[in-house]
Design a binder for this molecule. Structure first.
Ligand code: AMP
Length: 304
């Protein structure tokens, strides 16, 4: 079994109603791999520029199960950078800036030692980069795609072509609506299944997530966290994906029942991310800590 991700490695600047963090390590692939590494090894492929701070490498290296052999640092290039500001309820955020940098250059290449990867996650990035990644991974057992508003807007045709190539799509509720023009997430999910994938996961922030699968549907609430406990929601979606994919890779299954369990693993993983700024909430996360939250989650969702 082998789990691999490509996506952004970014320099994030975040403002919340109660605090801020400037130029901290972030990016979709960073959150995904830090989250997945709580369950086992994960291979990371991504590019950064010469401005990438050395401390950011140390932070990623401190998550020992992340294999950084696919991380390319490019002289003369700029690292992806993103800024976001959250509203009072922490559910809504505005993007303050997105500097694409290396994302506008040639995609990073997959090292030879990673080419046998089977569980593949396309974290948020340019659809062109995501497409080229798939071309380099012939042994894929499961491929899941994440995307977002920017790419639906500026690379719509590329994104549609990519959706036809993957097994699963993960988007939040507003993105699903933007992609399909349909407001109801079950109907929108079914429309996406018509484009090719076997399942769609619609993330709904503090309201959990739903799974629309060709064999049935499932709903999963969010882990109960009071607003006072939410420090920074950045990366919750990517961390959810990390917990979800790491579970499937570990059990080496992708049937509907396995996907339902994976939703729970993704949910408890993301609940850690939002408790601190940047990647800090994921620090020290391991199987016993995940199992402890799963017990709380099971008892909160179980009924006679
Ligand atoms: P999330 O909160 O799960 O949507 O993920 C936030 C992370 O995604 C931040 O660390 C950003 O650096 C990164 N990000 C923001 N915009 C984009 C984009 N257009 N493509 C890829 N990654 C992005």
């Amino acid at each position: 079994m082998s789990l691999i991700v490509t996506g952004t490695l970014g320099i994030d600047s975040i403002e919340t109603p109660t605090g801020s963090a400037q130029r901290v390590p972030g990016g979709s692939a960073a959150y995904f791999s830090a989250a997945a590494s709580a369950q086992g090894p994960v291979r990371l492929v991504g590019a950064v520029g010469e401005d990438w701070p050395e401390e950011h490498r140390s932070v990623l290296s401190s998550f020992r199960e992340i294999d950084l052999a696919g991380l390319e640092q490019r002289g003369g290039s700029q690292t992806f950078a993103w800024g976001g500001r959250y509203h009072d309820n922490m559910n809504v955020r505005d993007t303050l800036f997105t500097e694409l940098g290396v994302l506008e250059e040639a995609p990073p290449s997959v090292p030879e030692s990673f080419r046998d990867s089977r569980y593949v996650f396309l974290a948020n990035s340019h659809p062109g980069v995501q497409n080229s990644f798939l071309d380099q991974l012939p042994d894929r057992a499961l491929t899941v795609l994440d995307s977002m508003d920017l790419w639906i807007e500026i690379a719509n045709a590329d994104l549609h072509a990519l959706i036809a190539r993957v097994d699963g799509v993960m988007l939040n509720d507003s993105e699903v609506q933007q992609l399909t023009g349909i407001g109801n997430p079950y109907s929108a999910g079914r429309r996406i299944l018509e484009m090719g994938p076997a399942f769609v996961i619609v993330k709904k922030g503090e309201h959990g997530a739903i799974l629309v699968h060709e064999d049935g549907v499932a709903t999963m609430p969010a882990f109960p966290v009071a607003l006072e406990g939410v420090v920074d929601p950045t990366g919750a979606g990517d961390s959810f994906a990390g917990g979800f994919m790491a579970y499937l890779n570990r059990v080496d299954r992708c049937d509907l029942e396995a996907l339902k369990s994976a939703l729970a693993w993704g949910t408890v993983t993301a609940s850690r991310t939002i408790e601190a700024f940047g990647l800090e909430g994921l620090r020290g996360l391991d199987m016993p800590a995940l199992e402890e939250r799963l017990d709380v989650f099971r008892s909160a969702t179980h009924f006679e």
